[in-house]
Unconditional design. Structure first.
Length: 164
């Protein structure tokens, strides 16, 4: 079997959300071919079952290219896919100075922001609270409230600074 054609066929099956074909081809191809294109397409298009199949394969790196799969899922409002990605240790939502929370703030993704704030590696206060700055710039009152409440909640960074 021609490996190059097969890898392209696999990516096409992912793009088409052809779950059975993906299950069949993943056994004989490199699912991380073309810089992990399959996981990026699946995350961008909201193909939850394809994402699950790909995440189960250790050859796939969902955090490749500075977590672009996570960024795409955030931009496209695929909350369940973001949840799946955040459960995978290969994904680092704090990469690139917490770009994930910034992206979610810019796009006013309330549910995704909540998921990110609950992740231990995410810090919305980096870069002079840039996520909050973006929310204020675009007058996203829900995001402003959420980020402000996070800072002052019992397990938040401000509250814990005052504990002796």
């Amino acid at each position: 079997m021609n490996q190059k054609i097969t890898n392209r066929t696999f990516i096409d099956a992912c793009i088409a959300n052809d779950i059975e074909r993906v299950r069949e081809l993943i056994q004989v191809v490199n699912p991380a071919a073309k810089s992990n294109a399959a996981i990026k397409w699946a995350c961008e298009n909201g193909y939850i079952e394809i994402v699950k199949i790909l995440l189960a394969d250790p050859r796939v790196n969902p955090g490749a290219q500075k977590n672009v799969a996570l960024q795409l899922a955030i931009i496209e409002k695929h909350t369940e896919i973001v949840r799946l990605l955040l459960q995978d240790p290969r994904v680092d939502p704090s990469d690139r100075n917490n770009e994930a929370i910034l992206t979610a703030s810019r796009h006013c993704q309330i549910e995704i922001i909540k998921l990110l704030l609950d992740h231990p590696r995410v810090d919305p206060n980096v870069n002079n609270k840039e996520a909050l700055v973006w929310a204020r710039k675009f007058n996203n009152t829900e995001v402003i409230q959420l980020l402000t409440e996070y800072r002052f909640r019992l397990d938040g960074p401000i509250y814990n600074q005052n504990i002796i």
